[in-house]
Design a protein around this ligand. Structure first.
Ligand SMILES: [Zn+2]
Length: 443
């Protein structure tokens, strides 16, 4: 018996993670992600090249849209198997998928798109299929044994270990976090054996800037803006980045490192729901989430409008989504704050190619938001040291856990091609393989 993997996403690109695994007469998906960015998003609308009904089960590594955003479409088109994830991923996915469905419905209503990939009903049917497993559970479906492993990155994120009936053992990394993190637990470094691993290489060959230095730079960027009486607009992913920014702001506020005459707002229902999931968790340093993220200065905005208007005149820090400025309330804040040189935009997360967020990092003179021209006079600064993704050192530490002589293939995915080539060069002694989109490889 042999196993094969067909790469339906994150092959030579960063988004759309989706791998079809076949072993014997069993077929399952690892992740079912959405493509993000103008050059690839058309792929979300292409017909699936497999029958969703024929997929036996799906495993989701973590609650990011580029890893599960197409799942409701799979369900809409007939998938009825189980969806395995960790407990926290399942809880976070509930909020994420309902929000994603609402965006689909709104875009259709506002005629920003002509087709909705799915709607709220599909999202609810998808959530009903979720089956939570803890990191300790070894579970089995159609004779395939599986286990989740901690990997850092975001709350609930996991790598997946798979053993098929014939004993072929493989690991799907999911997104790999950093070995050192202020509050998230990450992967262990014990040695293990596998026939293949499939891993992300987003920052192959790149070392992240020092985290503490980045935090200090971020805080002084905020203080400079407050001194000008300007606002700081922070596009942030609802999951993990929003909570990390709140954690940094809380520390700075408590230690009097941030000017007190500022209002701090989380203007994103999704980020608020995600933060609530975090607050119920206990983190590596034995603290409860609420102690890490919440403080008296923060205002949470579920319904848009009034609260922000009431605070007119006072400089504001506004955290809103989406993280790559591809939609959501951040667009309104950008439209109203970009034209004024007093204000500042802090880019704190990864910006995929061809997204509005990436465009902003290039400091253009003007941009288009929902087809309207907006002058860019506000300051824009990108901070690289906050990444939830490991840098090349972390990726190496994750990979070095595997006994070299048993590895038959190391697939690199979820990165721009030059990053994977770099990681390949660093690991020239390993059987590295960089698959193409829709390529099928036997193991
Ligand atoms: Zn991720």
């Amino acid at each position: 018996m042999s196993m094969s993997i067909k790469f339906f996403g994150a092959a030579e690109t960063v988004t759309g993670s989706c791998y079809l695994v076949k072993t014997g007469n069993v077929s399952f998906l690892v992740d079912c992600g959405m493509f993000q960015g103008k050059d690839v998003e058309y792929r979300n609308y292409e017909k699936f090249e497999f029958a969703p009904k024929q997929i036996d089960f799906v495993v989701i590594t973590h609650a990011h849209l580029d890893h599960l955003g197409l799942l409701p479409r799979l369900v809409r088109e007939g998938f009825r198997g189980k969806v395995y994830s960790t407990q926290k991923t399942s809880a976070l996915s509930y909020h994420l998928l309902l929000d994603a469905a609402k965006i689909q419905e709104n875009n259709l209503q506002k005629r920003l798109s002509t087709v909705a990939l799915y709607d709220t009903t599909d999202a609810i049917r998808t959530i009903q299929l979720f089956n939570s497993k803890s990191y300790k559970d070894v579970f089995e479906d159609h004779g395939v044994k599986m286990q989740f492993e901690k990997v850092g990155h975001v709350l609930g994120a996991a790598s997946l270990k798979v053993i098929d009936k014939s004993g072929i053992t493989g690991y799907f990394s999911g997104d790999i976090g950093r070995l050192k993190h202020p509050f998230l637990e990450t992967f262990d470094t014990a040695e293990r054996k596998a026939d293949f691993v499939l891993m992300e290489a987003l920052y192959g060959g790149i070392v992240h800037p020092d985290r503490e230095k980045t935090e200090a730079e971020f805080v002084s960027y905020i203080n400079e803006t407050i001194d000008r009486n300007g606002n700081v607009i922070i596009p942030a992913f609802a999951l993990q980045r929003t909570q990390e920014i709140l954690n940094i702001l809380k520390k700075a506020y408590r230690e009097d490192r941030i000017k007190k005459k500022v209002g701090i707002f989380v203007d994103s229902p999704l980020a608020i729901n995600m933060t609530n999931e975090y607050t119920q968790s206990i983190f590596a340093n034995d603290v409860q989430g609420a102690e890490l993220f919440d403080f008296e200065k923060v205002r949470y905005i579920m319904k848009p409008g009034r609260m922000l208007k009431n605070s007119k005149g006072e400089p504001k820090i506004i955290i809103a989504g989406s993280g790559m400025c591809e939609g959501g309330r951040i667009l309104g804040h950008l439209s109203s704050n970009l034209p004024d040189p007093k204000n500042a935009i802090a880019i704190v997360g990864f910006q995929a190619e061809d997204t509005l967020g990436r465009e902003l990092t290039l400091k253009p003179e003007e941009i288009y938001i929902n087809k309207k021209r907006v002058k860019v006079r506000a300051r824009i600064k990108q901070f690289y040291g906050f990444s939830a993704h490991g840098d090349t050192t972390d990726l190496q530490a994750w990979l070095d856990r595997f006994e070299k002589k048993s590895l038959k293939k190391v697939f690199l995915v979820h990165a721009e091609p030059q990053r994977m080539q770099k990681f390949d060069e660093i690991n020239a002694d390993l059987p590295i393989y960089i698959p193409k989109w829709k390529e099928e490889v036997s193991i």
